[in-house]
Design a protein around this ligand. Structure first.
Ligand SMILES: Nc1ncnc2c1ncn2[C@@H]1O[C@H](COP(=O)(O)OP(=O)(O)O)[C@@H](O)[C@H]1O
Ligand SMILES: N[C@@H](CCOP(=O)(O)O)C(=O)O
Length: 292
């Protein structure tokens, strides 16, 4: 049995901790034979455990325990295109895969909404795990432990991701965010997010782009952690892009544009010789998938 989970690009600026999209980079696990001990075969580096301490297994055991189920240890083959600690939802992809692993091995028959509730409890925010589960664009809310989400089709566009060669742990990037906002600032920030959502649902990418870049929740506090953000935003504006935003907690920078501008925009960014890679991505519309 194989389980695949898409990478995700969360926030979209003003949609901080709420809006996210699934993109066509994948984590795939294959469940192999029963083993004495859990064994995860991967090529993700020494920092990622290969035993029961791998986040995949930790998540699966956590979920099984919540349903008073035991899981038999297996050998698992793990392959991932999702760069770690780059703002493309690598931790969420593993958490969602772990939930699906428990779902399949313990025959839990979880609905996607049940998977979302579990994943958000584990990850802490829904904007990566929701699109990882459902695919496409998801707008979600988690308040006092209850998560609600709406999936929709993301408007036709091209996605260009600049993935720097340095890591930025989500936990480190969240540390620079304020504890509170004033009532006035909270109303302003959420109203921008509301217009962003409405613009996406009406496929108005011009208006969505304005709202993405009008974020007041997080980018202004994080921009000094990702030196390329302001320069790439300027180049993107000069080359007809709708919006540039910090993908998740960064450091990946996502540019939403019309595909007719992709070649020229890619050339202009490549000319900056930043230390990283440029990926042309597409929306994943399927979310987590299980194949026999
Ligand atoms: N495929 C994987 N297998 C096991 N652990 C993983 C995997 N991918 C990510 N992780 C864990 O998640 C961490 C990255 O999570 P996070 O800081 O939230 O970055 P991201 O922006 O990629 O979500 C990694 O350092 C590692 O501990
Ligand atoms: N809303 C979160 C999103 C984190 O996404 P990731 O891909 O960096 O894990 C945040 O901005 O902290």
């Amino acid at each position: 049995m194989k389980i695949s989970v898409p990478a995700t690009s969360a926030n979209l600026g003003a949609g901080f901790d709420s809006i996210g999209i699934a993109v066509n980079l994948y984590l795939e696990i294959e469940i192999l034979e029963v083993c004495e001990e859990w064994l995860v075969i991967h090529e993700l580096g020494d920092d990622v455990p290969s035993d029961v301490h791998n986040l995949l297994i930790e998540t699966a055991l956590d979920v099984a325990q919540r349903f008073s189920k035991k899981l038999v240890a297996h050998k698992i083959k793990m392959v991932s295109e999702v760069p770690l600690a780059r703002g493309l939802g690598s931790s969420s992809s593993v958490i969602v895969a772990g939930i699906e692993l428990a779902n399949q091995l313990a025959e839990l028959h979880l609905t996607n909404d049940e998977k979302l509730q579990l994943a958000t409890e584990i990850e802490g925010h829904p904007d990566n795990v929701a699109p990882a589960i459902f695919g496409n664009l998801v707008i979600a809310s988690t308040v006092e432990g209850k998560t609600t989400a709406v999936q929709a089709a993301f408007p036709e566009c091209a996605l260009l991701a600049f993935v720097p060669n340095y890591e930025l742990k989500t936990s480190d990037s969240r540390r620079v965010l304020p504890e509170n906002l004033t009532y006035k600032e909270a109303v302003a920030a959420s109203s921008i997010a509301n217009v962003l959502t409405a613009s996406l649902l009406t496929a108005n990418l011009e208006k969505a782009g304005e709202m993405i870049e009008a974020d007041r929740f997080h980018e202004k506090y994080r921009k000094n952690l990702v030196k390329e953000l302001s320069i790439l935003r300027e180049i993107a504006h000069e080359n007809g892009a709708y919006a540039t935003y910090l993908s998740g907690a960064g450091p990946t920078i996502m540019i939403i544009t019309n595909k007719k501008f992709l070649t020229e925009l890619s050339k202009k960014i490549a000319a900056e010789n930043f230390d990283g890679k440029l990926l042309q991505l597409k929306i994943d519309t399927a979310g987590v998938q299980v194949r026999e």
